[in-house]
Write a protein that binds this ligand. Structure first.
Ligand code: ZN
Length: 380
């Protein structure tokens, strides 16, 4: 029940924390090309210094350049996916720099997800130093620069990398409070419904009007009726706007709709239903825009096998009980799994409060989670 990898990773913890401090104290908001590129430089240098691997920069006009960091020359590619952008603006790190208090590390982007990326780099470094990087493998660590913006420009690169890989590990945090890995994620979409009616005076000649708001009320009931909790489907009209005054029959209303689905069949059913909405009131007109943004990450047999391996390695090598869970949140894991690549998500750092100033990482859990990833890379 002992892992020499875990021992070696323990020894590397001070180095990891030093690197975490440096990276957290460097702002990297998605929408800032200059800061993004500077962060990319830092991670590229760090990867090469730690592992002796090679880095390919993918030129990007809007966001920082994403990186493909590779180690090994074997035919079987294992993809690790993380992102170096954060939701925090320029100046945030100066306001609340990296800090360790009571065994927890704080700072902008520490948990989402600079710690997860550095855990992966230290896992690779230790595997390399111990001569435990299998010769038949190439490890590709893809570092995204626009994940917090929904991966608009890196989507194609991610899918190209996923198609080449035999398995993918996503460095997002595991699910708390138990640190479970994520074996399925719902897909998500965002739609907008615009209703056009005919305006009229509500008191003088209402019969000449067609109320876009009344029409919208009908459509909202239809949309919400598409929810099927047993199948994991939710359709939520989250924003409604319309009308200009109480004495006017409204000629326009708009709704914004969030869709979550667990399967490709449900995605198809809901998409067709939304695009096929027809007016109830004579004279009303409907326009639907938007669509599905991320397909569902489905728990396939191959995903279940990867999870089984993580569970086994956790038990035999680390005395760690590894659990699994499904989540309604999306990640780049959705894009990868849609390519048919077995995908295990949640292999990053433990902590809490992503996207909040209370964000933190648990330092005591860093070695175990790093070791779990290292064992998975070695054995999968
Ligand atoms: Zn995030």
């Amino acid at each position: 029940m002992s892992s020499s990898l875990l021992d070696r990773i323990h020894q590397s913890l001070p180095e990891l924390l030093r690197l975490l401090e440096e990276s957290v104290n460097q702002d990297s908001p998605s929408a800032n090309k200059k800061l993004g590129d500077a962060m990319a430089d830092w991670f590229a240098d760090t990867f090469v210094r730690l592992t002796g691997g090679r880095v390919t920069r993918i030129p990007n006009e809007t966001y920082g350049d994403p990186l493909v960091c590779e180690l090994g020359n074997g035919p079987n590619r294992i993809l690790l996916v993380g992102h170096y952008d954060t939701v925090w603006p320029e100046g945030e790190a100066a306001k609340r720099p990296f800090e360790i208090r009571d065994g927890l590390a704080y700072g902008p982007g520490v948990y989402d997800m600079k710690a997860g990326v550095l855990q992966a780099m230290i896992a690779l470094k230790v595997l390399q130093e111990e001569g435990r990087l299998p010769a038949d493998k190439t490890i590709a660590l893809f570092l995204n620069s626009d994940e917090e913006a929904g991966s608009p420009s890196s989507r194609e690169v991610i899918q190209r990398e996923a198609a080449k890989a035999k398995a993918a590990f996503v460095l997002e945090p595991p699910m708390e409070p138990h640190g479970f890995l994520k074996t399925s994620r719902k897909g998500s979409g965002r739609f907008k419904l615009i209703v056009e009616g005919v305006s009229a005076h509500a008191g003088v000649n209402p019969e000449k009007g067609v109320s876009a708001i009344e029409e919208m009320a009908n459509q909202i009931l239809r949309l919400h009726a598409l929810t099927d909790l047993a199948r994991g489907t939710t359709v939520n009209v989250g924003i409604v706007r319309g009308g200009i005054g109480t004495n006017v029959v409204a000629d326009r209303a708009e709704a914004e709709i969030d869709v979550r689905v667990a399967t490709a069949e449900e995605q198809k059913r809901v998409e067709q239903a939304i695009r096929g909405l027809a007016p109830v009131l004579p004279g009303a007109r409907l326009t639907v825009t938007g669509g599905m943004m991320r397909p569902p990450m489905v728990r396939t047999d191959a995903t279940a096998a990867l999870y089984g391996l993580a569970r086994e390695l956790g038990r035999t090598e680390l005395s760690l009980a590894v659990g699994e869970t499904a989540t309604g949140g999306v990640s780049d894991g959705n894009l990868i799994a849609a390519c048919g690549t077995p995908t295990l998500d949640g292999l990053g750092a433990r902590g809490d409060y992503a996207h909040s100033p209370r964000e933190y990482v648990r330092i005591d859990e860093i070695p175990l989670r790093t070791a779990l990833l290292a064992h998975m890379i070695e054995s999968c």
